[in-house]
Design a protein around this ligand. Structure first.
Ligand SMILES: Nc1ncnc2c1ncn2[C@@H]1O[C@H](COP(=O)(O)OP(=O)(O)OP(=O)(O)O)[C@@H](O)[C@H]1O
Length: 746
């Protein structure tokens, strides 16, 4: 029998096995469902542990069933034959997206791509290889690596791979046209990416990766891997992905389900902060400082001031000030008075302060007031009881004295009654007083709203550093007064909310994966650590795409020193860029060469060629027709085409003119859905996304100046397309495009 026939027979056998396993799993699933239902109906604590175990098994069976369903069309994509050192027999493994167990024989018919042995496929060339597994390193010889293309259960193509064949396979995968969503890359994960995916999760990991190096894709595969490797301790709900915006979440939304992973917490930083602040948070979405900066036509001075203020708000020094302010608030919100009942002093102000700031210190301030109230209410009741006892005793003494002094008779009776009535009155008074005193005391706590506290915080410290903090208070005072905030204010607001009111919920997150991590400030990164109580985090970022000079990260070294000194930041680098053609990356890298950073090695494109990028000089009147013609031309060959502007306002204005003659849609900050087709959008929103083709509007001298922000915005825009790139400018081209040649638009 030929190899092909043998593999066909193997496929048929595997598909039959999947069928049998599906049937058995379904039966098991139904039984478990019934059993769980029964246990739930008769639920009593005695059954709790049985219910717990059965629910767990039911969930496992459900997931297995889904995976078997997904495996049925394409059970595996490769085969590796491996001979372990010191052993004679050859082990053959078929590797697929989902492991398939032969439960009758207790063997794995298909091994999961995340299993240790799958490392052979991702990191081993033929010959001597080794891979890590929980018991240590396994060494041996990789004899065969065979790739399969299986569609709907049919073997379409197979080939034995070597380096050359594998590169061709990757190039083919990269040459495909993209629809509107990111896809899994299980069959073509590269060695450097495999290392990131499988890196341990016990501490913070930073991945500096060039544009298109697969950071987003790898982050998602890493999540799937972590869930597999830690399946006994980690559930999807304990993992959180932080993405830049809702549109981006939509763009990546299909990868995890394709990898058989559901229920991972996926959110944006802004949304997370708003959720955590709950009803205390400002009602409006925070303004994007980049848009303010780009669209306000700020003078150089004003822009510098904004950057300085923003950076300060993102610093750990600012966090320290916010913490100090919370310390100050503890005493500042407390009433000045001591607590008395009648002539009895229950607590002096000093004692009250100690109780509030020390005994109840673990509580946020407002819940702490409630705890204090409970404590004082006991104390008051106790003091009142002591007074009552005293009045009773005093009353009894008086009654006894009257009895001695007066002969029995009406007058004595009357005087004794008076004593009793006086006692009752005093007791009633003391009880009412105890209640009122406590009420008045508690009401005298001066609790600010969150925004009031934030404004007061900024004002409070302006005296310390009049130059910076007064400026900072003034910078967005108007916005704050109107109840509006900027993103850069969120970290301090969440911290204040945490200390003042408590947060709306506790984050039960064991590991956070952050994409576009260069856009976060040190304060934001450290805050996430505080909120999750864990330093287990994967940061995916690229300093070359840092477009938030007023808050973002300028150096990973600083992040390591400031935020993760204790745990130690593990750093990995991805330099190969998979998205764009060599021709496109050459232009992008020539732009980036204007502002290099030693912490960001130059990107190396995968050898994949495409049409040369075209840049056109247009007359004022030709701008629109040129952009329109390019959009139409690209739309004929490609399914996703982006027309990228520098600012949201420019995108809006261009869209309103283009839409008259072209089928385009505008993408704004509010969009949560990524549709594909021809779209107009600003660079900041294009970041993280990709398109078959991109047209850059207005790459002229005034729009993209020779400064790091413009350089990074232009770099981001240039690195979005996979296959084709064009640019249009009128007047003079941007100095950042000095290495690029132009043609006049005819
Ligand atoms: N090993 C791979 N095999 C096939 N495709 C890959 C591989 N690695 C990355 N890609 C593809 O390269 C493109 C870029 O990936 P991704 O968006 O994850 O990169 P990124 O580093 O996050 O990019 P950026 O920072 O520019 O947004 C995607 O289309 C992805 O599918």
């Amino acid at each position: 029998m030929s190899e092909q026939s043998l593999e066909r027979a193997k496929l048929t056998k595997t598909l039959r096995l999947i069928d049998d396993e599906s049937r058995m799993t379904r039966q098991k699933y139904e039984e478990l469902r019934e059993s769980v239902g029964g246990l739930k109906r008769g639920a009593s604590s005695a059954f709790d542990s049985a219910l717990h175990v059965k629910t767990f098994l039911l969930e496992r069976a459900r997931q297995n069933l889904i995976n078997l369903g997904l495996a049925a069309g394409k059970p595996y994509f490769c085969r590796v034959d491996f001979r372990e050192a010191g052993h004679d027999e050859l082990a053959t493994h078929y590797i697929g997206k989902y492991g398939v167990e032969d439960t009758q024989h207790h063997t794995m018919a298909v091994v999961d791509w995340r299993s240790p042995v799958a490392n052979l496929y991702y990191s081993g060339q033929l010959g001597n290889v080794s891979y890590r597994c929980p018991d240590g390193n396994v060494e041996g010889e990789l004899i065969l690596k065979r790739q399969f293309t299986i569609e709907n259960g049919e073997l379409k193509h197979m080939f034995d791979t070597d380096v050359v064949a594998q590169e061709a396979f990757l190039r083919d995968a990269l040459s495909e046209l993209k629809d509107n969503r990111l896809r899994d890359i299980v069959t073509t994960i590269q060695q450097e990416q495999n290392l990131v995916i499988r890196a341990p999760m016990n501490g913070p990991l930073l991945v500096q990766g060039a544009a298109g190096s697969g950071k987003t894709t790898i982050a998602l595969h890493r999540i799937a891997y972590l869930l597999y490797a830690h399946q006994d301790t980690l559930t999807p709900k304990n993992l959180m992905i932080l993405a830049p915006n809702p549109l981006f979440l939509d763009y990546i939304s299909e990868v995890l389900p394709e990898l058989g992973v559901e229920d991972v917490v996926q959110t944006t930083y802004v949304k997370l902060c708003q959720e955590l602040m709950g009803k205390h948070g400002p009602k409006v979405a925070p303004a994007d400082p980049l848009t303010l900066m780009l669209e306000r036509n700020l003078t150089k001075d004003a822009a510098e001031r904004m950057v300085r203020c923003g950076r300060y708000k993102g610093s750990l020094a600012f966090r320290k000030k916010a913490e100090d302010y919370l310390g100050h608030l503890q005493s500042a919100i407390m009433p000045e008075a001591s607590l008395t009942l009648g002539k009895l002093r229950i607590y002096s102000r000093k004692e009250l302060l100690r109780i509030f700031t020390e005994d109840f210190a673990p509580y946020p301030l407002v819940p702490r007031i409630r705890e204090m109230e409970k404590h004082l209410s006991f104390k008051m009741a106790d003091s009142a009881a002591r007074l009552v006892a005293y009045y009773e005793k005093d009353c009894q003494t008086r009654v006894n004295a009257l009895k001695l002094r007066l002969p029995p008779g009406e007058e004595r009776q009357h005087r004794i009654l008076e004593v009793y009535e006086a006692r009752d009155l005093r007791i009633k008074e003391v009880r009412t007083q105890a209640e009122e005193r406590l009420k008045t005391y508690i009401a005298a706590f001066k609790v600010p709203t969150l925004l009031e506290a934030y404004q007061d915080f900024l004002a409070h410290y302006s005296a310390d550093d009049p130059d910076l903090l007064a400026q900072l208070a003034a910078e967005n005072r108007e916005e704050l007064l109107a109840g509006r905030i900027r993103r850069e204010d969120l970290a301090a607001l969440v911290l204040l909310c945490h200390g003042l009111f408590g947060l709306s919920r506790k984050l039960s997150i064991q590991h956070v994966v952050m994409d576009e991590a260069q856009d976060f400030s040190p304060f934001e990164l450290s805050l996430l650590g505080t909120l999750t109580g864990s330093e287990s985090v994967t940061l995916m970022g690229d300093l070359a795409q840092s477009i938030h000079p007023f808050q973002g990260i300028e150096s990973w070294k600083e992040v390591a020193e400031q935020c993760y000194q204790r745990a130690g930041l593990e750093t990995m680098t991805l330099v190969t860029s998979y998205r764009s053609t060599t021709e496109i990356m050459a232009v992008a890298e020539s732009v980036l060469a204007h502002f290099t950073s030693p912490e960001r090695p130059a990107a190396k494109p995968v050898l994949r060629h495409g049409p040369a990028p075209r840049f056109y000089r247009v007359g004022e009147q030709q701008r629109l027709p040129a952009l329109q013609a390019l959009a139409l031309e690209f739309a004929e060959s490609y399914s996703s085409v982006a027309v990228i502007t520098k600012t949201p306002a420019a995108a809006k204005s261009l869209y309103s003119r283009l839409r008259k003659n072209t089928a385009v849609h505008l993408i704004t900050q509010k969009d949560t859905h990524y549709e594909g087709g021809v779209m107009v959008l600003p660079a900041a929103l294009a970041k993280g996304l990709e398109f078959d083709a991109a047209i850059l509007a207005d790459v002229d001298r005034e729009t993209y100046c020779e400064n790091p922000l413009d350089c990074h915005l232009l770099y981001v825009s240039l690195t979005r397309p996979l296959h084709a790139l064009a640019g249009v400018f009128s007047g003079e081209p941007s100095p950042l495009l000095s290495a690029v040649s132009f043609t006049d638009w005819a």
